[in-house]
Ligand binder design. Structure first.
Ligand code: SF4
Ligand code: SF4
Length: 210
């Protein structure tokens, strides 16, 4: 029966409420990688260099509530713009649903395990470096070929890596609490205002709350 289907199978993206929308993010962290655009072809390629705000231990944004202040090119996904965000990986849950495809079996909502995205090797865990450690001139040396799906199988992903249950993603629920526990500890002087580089970044955040 239709009513027995999970929400992502029976609701179009635009009809999802905020909780449902936020829970779609699998936490892969791929949208937080620096992208480069070929000036001639316009092609966009991803690197293994992450936004400076990405927590490499959890693959979550370390400053979710204030991310736009420090990273102005961090794009907020909505049902309206998801179809035009070509920089999202092919594995992104929002993109999959927008394209009429099912969620992957390693998606936390499907597996029931918030760390299954990491255990299956479909996150950026253990395969990236922060942008603070890479010179602009060296970004081209960091272009990757696994952005759209080549997984790495890990056998050492620790328990409870992600700070939340997939069905209750307080760590990514748009409430202003990213689960890091340090929302009040942001040091403006440490980062300063963002000097943007690379191409678009984005996270599956802040639906329209319908
Ligand atoms: S959500 Fe945005 S600001 Fe946060 S780590 Fe990702 S790209 Fe950076
Ligand atoms: S928005 Fe998409 S690409 Fe980004 S972390 Fe969530 S599922 Fe991954």
């Amino acid at each position: 029966m239709t009513s027995e289907l999970p929400f992502w199978q029976r609701k179009p993206l635009e009809d999802m409420n905020r909780e449902e929308w936020e829970s779609l993010c699998d936490g892969c962290g791929k949208c937080c990688l620096i992208k480069l655009e070929d000036e001639d072809s316009g092609d966009i390629v991803a690197t293994d260099v992450t936004c400076k705000l990405l927590d490499l231990g959890t693959c979550q944004c370390s400053q979710y509530p204030q991310r736009s202040k420090y990273v102005p090119d961090c794009v907020t996904l909505t049902p309206e713009n998801i179809g035009s965000l070509g920089f999202m990986p092919a594995t992104c849950a929002y993109r999959l649903l927008a394209e009429g495809k099912p969620l992957e079996d390693w998606h936390p909502l499907v597996s029931g395990d918030p760390d299954s995205v990491h255990r299956s090797g479909n996150s950026v865990l253990n395969r990236v470096v922060p942008e603070t450690e890479v010179e602009d001139a060296d970004l081209e040396d960091h272009v990757i070929d696994w952005f759209d799906g080549e997984a790495i199988k890990w056998d050492f992903v620790e328990e409870d890596l992600s700070p939340g249950d997939p069905a209750d993603k307080a760590w990514n629920d748009g409430s202003g609490n990213d689960g890091s526990g340090d929302e009040g500890g942001w040091d403006d002087e440490a980062w300063g205002e963002e000097e943007s580089r690379g191409e678009q970044r984005g996270r599956g955040v802040a639906g329209d709350g319908a």
